[in-house]
Design a protein around this ligand. Structure first.
Ligand code: AMP
Length: 423
C-alpha cells in the first residue's frame, strides 16, 4: 500500500489510533484559541506561499545555519530559478512586509500565521518533515514592551491550551557588532581547547562557534562551562533593553530562567531570544520560541526595521495539551427511509432542513430501518425523520423516544420549535 511520505502525517476527522496530533477537531481548537488571543491583541492573520525564492531563506535565515545547510527542500522551478519549501515563517513574512509596502501602515505591523513548514530532519516523536507552526511577528517597534507582550501572548496561548511549559529560557544576543567581537573571543577560546572538543564542534569553530554551547558531548560541555558568555559582553544600550524586558516579564508574573547559552537555530536574531520548553515532550522539548530580529529586514534589502516574533510548534502543543477535548459534533436531524419510494422526499427534506440551519444527515448507505435508527443513535442525532412512501413522515425525538406522524412540511417547524423550547 502507498504510504504518506516519511515524517508526514494525515490530519483525520477522527484518529482511530487516538493519535492526538492527527485529530482535526483538536487542531481547530488550537486555531480558534490562537485567533482569539492574538486577534485580541491586534495581531492580524497572514498567509504566505508554501514556497519562496531560495534566497529568502539563504539570506534571511543564514547560510551557516543547520536549516539552510541541510534541512531545506530546494528545487528548480524548471526555468533555472531555485525555490524552497518554507522551513520557517519569519523571513517570508518580512518578504511580504516589504513587497506590500507595509511600512507605510501604522507601526508596528502585527501579524500572525498558522501554516505548514518543511524541514528535512530525521523524524521522531514531535519532529516531522512537514509540520505546523503558529507564529506572531511585530514589525517596526524596538520597544521592550513589544518583546514582553509577545512572550506573554505565547504563555497565554500555551495556558489556554493546557500545555504545560516547565521552563521559559531567556537571553539576549546583543547587536551584530557585539556578537562579531564576542565571536572572535569565543573562537579564540575554542581554538585554545580544540583537543577537548567533539569533532563536530571542532569542524564548526570558524563557521558557527555558538553551536558549541548546544553540543551533547560531555567533554565539550565541560569546556563550555568556562567559556566566555555573550550576556556578559552586551553593550550598555542592549543590556538596558534586556533589563527592561526582564522587569516587564517580572511585572507580568512570568517566570523565566536566564540562559546565556541559549542559541536559536536561526542566524537573524538580535537582542532578546527566548524559548518555552516542556519536559513531557522528551527529546524534542521545544514548544516554541523566538526573539528580536532587528537586522532581518535589511538582509532582505529593506530599510533598517526593528522587529520581534515567535513561532510555536502545533504538533508539540497538541502532544502536551490537556484541555483540548474536541467539541461534540451536533446532529439535529437524521433523515431515514422506511420505503424506497420516499427517497426523493427524503432527499428534499434533508436539503431544506440544512437550508433552515439544521445539522442534517441523510441515509446514504441503504441500511434497513432498524440499522438506520441504530446509526442515528450512534451519531447522536436529536431527531430522526422516518420518511414513508406518500409524503408521510414519522418524527422521532431520540431523547424522549416520542414519535409523531406529520406531513413533510411540518417536520422542520416542529424541530425548530423543539430546539427553541429546549434552548
Ligand atoms: P524554530 O522555528 O526552529 O524556532 O521552531 C519553533 C518551534 O517549532 C519549535 O519549538 C517546535 O515546537 C516547532 N518545530 C520546529 N521544527 C519542527 C519539526 N521538524 N517538527 C515539528 N515541530 C517543529
Amino acid at each position: 500500500m502507498i504510504q504518506a511520505p516519511r515524517g508526514t502525517y494525515d490530519i483525520l476527522p477522527e484518529s482511530a489510533a487516538r493519535n492526538v496530533v492527527e485529530e482535526q477537531a483538536r487542531r481547530k481548537a488550537v486555531e480558534e484559541r490562537a485567533e482569539k488571543i492574538l486577534g485580541a491583541a491586534g495581531y492580524r492573520r497572514i498567509e504566505t506561499p508554501a514556497f519562496e525564492a531560495t534566497e529568502v531563506f539563504a539570506r534571511g535565515v543564514g547560510e551557516a545555519t543547520d536549516i539552510v545547510q541541510k534541512e531545506m527542500y530546494t528545487f528548480d522551478d524548471g526555468g533555472g530559478r531555485s525555490l524552497t519549501l518554507r522551513p520557517e515563517g519569519t523571513a517570508p513574512v518580512c518578504r511580504a512586509y516589504l513587497q506590500h509596502g507595509m511600512r507605510k501602515l501604522a507601526l508596528p505591523v502585527k501579524l500572525w500565521y498558522l501554516s505548514t513548514f518543511f524541514r528535512a530532519e530525521a523524524p521522531q516523536r514531535g519532529r516531522y518533515r512537514q509540520f505546523w507552526q503558529v507564529g506572531a511577528e511585530a514589525i517596526g517597534s524596538d520597544k521592550p514592551e513589544t518583546d514582553a507582550e509577545l512572550i506573554v501572548l505565547l504563555a497565554d496561548l500555551l495556558d489556554a491550551l493546557g500545555v504545560s511549559h516547565d521552563r521559559l529560557r531567556l537571553s539576549s544576543l546583543g547587536t551584530p557588532e557585539t556578537r562579531a567581537e564576542y565571536r572572535e573571543e569565543l573562537k579564540a577560546f575554542l581554538r585554545a581547547h580544540e583537543d577537548e572538543l567533539a569533532e563536530e564542534v571542532r569542524n564548526r569553530i570558524e563557521l558557527n562557534p555558538m553551536r558549541a554551547f548546544d553540543a551533547d558531548d560531555a567533554r565539550t560541555r565541560a569546556v563550555m562551562r568556562d567559556a566566555p558568555k555573550l550576556l556578559d559582553r552586551l553593550a550598555p544600550g542592549d543590556a538596558e533593553h534586556f533589563a527592561q524586558v526582564r522587569s516587564l516579564l517580572d511585572e507580568a508574573g512570568i517566570s523565566y530562567e536566564l540562559d546565556p547559552t541559549l542559541v536559536r537555530g536561526l542566524d537573524y536574531y538580535t537582542r532578546t531570544v527566548f524559548e518555552f520548553t516542556s519536559d513531557e515532550l522528551g527529546a524534542q522539548s521545544g514548544l516554541g520560541g523566538g526573539g528580536r530580529y532587528d537586522g532581518l529586514i535589511e538582509l532582505l534589502d529593506g530599510p533598517p526595521t526593528p522587529a520581534v516574533g515567535w513561532a510555536a510548534g502545533v504538533e508539540r502543543m497538541l502532544l502536551s495539551a490537556r484541555d483540548l477535548a474536541p467539541p461534540a459534533e451536533l446532529v439535529d436531524l437524521y433523515v431515514a427511509l422506511a420505503e424506497p419510494a420516499g427517497s426523493l422526499t427524503a432527499f428534499e427534506l434533508a436539503l431544506e432542513a440544512r437550508r433552515a440551519g439544521l445539522q442534517t444527515q441523510l441515509e446514504l448507505a441503504g441500511r434497513s430501518l432498524k440499522g438506520q435508527l441504530k446509526h442515528a443513535d450512534r451519531i447522536g442525532a436529536r431527531f430522526v425523520a422516518i420518511v414513508g412512501d406518500n409524503g408521510h413522515v414519522s418524527l422521532k425525538d431520540m431523547g424522549s423516544g416520542e414519535q409523531r406522524e406529520l406531513t413533510t412540511s411540518d417536520v422542520i417547524p416542529a424541530i425548530l420549535r423543539g430546539r427553541h423550547t429546549q434552548a
